[in-house]
Each structure stands twice: as structure tokens, then as C-alpha cells.
Ligand binder design. Sequence first.
Ligand SMILES: [Zn+2]
Length: 111
Amino acid sequence: MIEIQCPHCKEGIELQGEGFGLFDCPVCKLEFEWKGSFFVRPSIVTIILLIILLFSTIVSCGLYYELVNQDSVIGSIFTSYAFGFSIICSIILSIITIIRYMIELNTYHSK
Ligand SMILES: [Zn+2]
């Protein structure tokens, strides 16, 4: 069951079952077609994952900048390890975030 807004009277109405097709508004009695919303508001966990992902991407960019402007050899070895680590973190995080959101979409649409 999903809650939507009637396109005619803007009243909040609840749709049963599949969540798309032709419906009659219980408030204004007018018929409307609802194609279903493909995009679902992500859960708080997914939003947090996105924020961490954004943060680790910024860190990667900063480390890359450091690496390019590095003078000492030892410093550049350390920075390249940190850069590699943060890049791997970003990739893993984006995969987790995408999978999580896809699972959320799937559970939402199979309701
Ligand atoms: Zn209505």
C-alpha cells in the first residue's frame, strides 16, 4: 500500500495493491491514472552511506592533491597508500549504497 496525492484535489489518498493503474479518488470521485513512482525515498541508512561516500570521495581528492604536490619520498609513499585506501573505500561504499538502494526499491515495488 502506498500513499499518494490526488492529481485533481491534492488530497492524500492510499492506493491498494500494485500501486499503479486507474483509480477513483475517494474524496473528489474523479478518475486518474497512477503509473507508480519508480524512485523511492532512500532510507536513513542509505542516506548516511551516501554522506560517508561523499566524505571519502572528498578525502580521496584531497589526498590526490597532496600526492601530486608531495616533495618527500616517504611522504609520497604514505600519501599514495592513504589515497589507494580511500579510493577502495569509496568504490566499496558506492557498491554497497547502490545494492542497498536497489533492495529498497525491490521491497517497495513488491509490496
Ligand atoms: Zn481527488
